[in-house]
Design a binder for this molecule. Structure first.
Ligand SMILES: Cc1cc2nc3c(=O)[nH]c(=O)nc-3n(C[C@H](O)[C@H](O)[C@H](O)COP(=O)(O)O)c2cc1C
Length: 316
């Protein structure tokens, strides 16, 4: 199915974003069964041989669902598993691949070879142009306030620039956590809302109870942007930095030369396990619930936001 037609087959125009450690098969299966695109980073299946089992299980348990699933590949020189993981995605003919940290012609060609499609995540218009030049089918615009390695730009700036030249599929991300914001993403020109953090506070997510509760209790003011933990700027929950014995207001800068996104092990895993990643949208998350309940809630909010907009715009 072409990506442009995909949004119409979904319960909501939502792609659940891949999250290091957090996204496991239970989460992905529940997302797809609830009618949205589910996803996980290939590196979450460890050791690499586990990726085969995960893809088998997800493929079986989502058979017949209207929504597809996606796998995230970190296309960075430190990812020593890239080739092996790509071969496994080919074996299972994964329908949608989300690439981050490097657009790559060979990877895109390989995915197209088995009939899959590639969405590449970008934080500015220059990277967006490069990604499309290198053969990505669509873009994920990661704006300020997003969980993980968020970009610094306003979603308005990003969408305005990208939509001035690109009419292919675009997913917008950054602190989208209720139905009204999904509709707002569409109004800004996005085909999909790309949502990460709200899935952490679900029963299916692979996260500590304390992490889930911190999302429920927190607000945007509790998010700290720092380069300390991975070498590039990311957004984290203040209470987890305090619990690790650090002062969130006086964090040293990270060392870019120590960046390691590829092994998914050691420093990265430790950083993400103890220092909890989160976007700024958590003020809208007030309970830990199942994925199905969260999707229902988002759908109801989305519908009432549409009704409200019709009234405001004077459309009968
Ligand atoms: C805990 C956490 C881990 C993440 N890990 C990854 C990852 O492994 N690969 C990736 O492409 N993006 C990762 N992201 C970014 C998300 O895919 C997505 O861009 C982001 O969560 C969207 O913003 P939101 O959290 O405000 O919805 C992560 C985000 C969080 C919160």
């Amino acid at each position: 199915m072409p990506l442009s037609a995909l949004s119409k087959s979904l319960r909501l125009p939502v792609i659940a974003a891949p999250m290091f450690i957090v996204s496991n098969p239970e989460l992905v299966i529940a997302q797809v069964r609830s009618g949205i695109v589910g996803s996980f980073p290939a590196l979450n299946a460890r050791p690499a041989s586990q990726l085969d089992e995960w893809l088998h299980r997800i493929t079986e348990e989502t058979r017949g669902c209207a929504a597809p699933f996606a796998v995230n590949l970190i296309v960075h020189r430190t990812n020593t598993r890239l080739e092996e993981d790509l071969a496994m995605l080919e074996k299972w003919k994964v329908p949608l691949v989300i690439t981050s940290l490097g657009a790559n012609v060979q990877v895109n060609a390989a995915v197209h070879g088995w009939g899959g499609m590639v969405l590449h995540d970008v934080i500015d218009d220059m990277f967006a142009r490069k990604a499309v030049e290198k053969g990505a089918d669509g873009l994920i615009a990661v704006a300020a306030g997003a969980g993980g390695h968020a970009g610094p730009q306003s979603p308005f700036a990003l969408m305005q620039e990208i939509r001035s030249w690109f009419d292919g599929p675009v997913a917008l991300s950054g602190a989208i956590a209720n139905g009204r914001s999904i509709l707002a993403a569409q109004a800004m020109g996005a085909d999909f809302a790309y949502i990460g953090t709200p899935w952490i506070a679900t029963t299916e997510a692979n996260a500590d109870q304390g992490y889930k509760q911190a999302i429920v209790d927190g607000h945007a003011a509790d998010i700290v942007n720092s380069s300390l933990f991975t070498g590039v700027h990311g957004n984290y929950l203040r209470p987890s930095i305090v619990a690790a014995g650090m002062d969130p207001d006086n964090l040293p800068h990270g060392d870019k030369s120590q960046m390691d996104f590829g092994s998914g092990g050691n420093t990265a895993a430790k950083a993400w396990k103890d220092i909890w990643g989160s976007g700024q949208g958590i003020g809208a998350i007030r309970a830990v619930e199942t994925v199905a309940e969260r999707v229902e809630r988002l759908a109801a909010q989305y519908q009432s936001a549409k009704d409200e907009l019709r009234i405001r715009a004077g459309i009968a």
